[in-house]
Design a protein around this ligand. Sequence first.
Ligand code: URA
Length: 206
Amino acid sequence: MTKKEKLQKLKDSMQRDMALPLRKGATQLVFGEGDPETEIMFIGEGPGYWEDQKGSPFVGNAGAFLNQLLITAGLTREKVFITNVVHHRPPQNRDPEPSEIAAYQPYLNEMIDIIDPKIIVTLGRFSMGKFLPNAKITSVHGKKFDVNWKGKNLVAVPMYHPAAGLRSVDVKQQTLDDFKKLPGILEETRNKDNNKKEEVKQMTLV
Ligand code: URA
């Protein structure tokens, strides 16, 4: 099965899962979208009004800023994969509760397993908490962290949530500066991976 087919299968099982706690108040599932073969995945908080209407992540005001941030990083939505920690809109756009995040977690984890990205960019504190539980966004934003997540070596890059950039000029500028670092982080991560693969090849040759 291709990654695309595996993601479709996962989406189908989420659509059938009547136990998902936020589904009653939502119009539809906002699974996530983008290139299943990408090296870089973005995880936000949860769908808002427009995402709930359209079934796609980050298509409202925060999404427009995210599109701008991606261009700053030399990326586009089509080249990355974008999803959230919860995949139905919380009522009145309230924060997702820990039990709700936990209910959607197995699906998000499987999404990550299928896509198998080199880099995960977290947007806001809820997705940051998944990889860097004790971090403070004010001191870690825009930095790269090597994390071992479920036995997988990943690079996590915590970013401010794009909506925070719409509320503060300072945060907006810092987020633009942080996204400008992504191409360098991607290059460095690719080189490190290639060196590791080369080392393994050399070891098997001797
Ligand atoms: N905010 C999020 O965290 N996710 C979305 O999809 C939209 C807004």
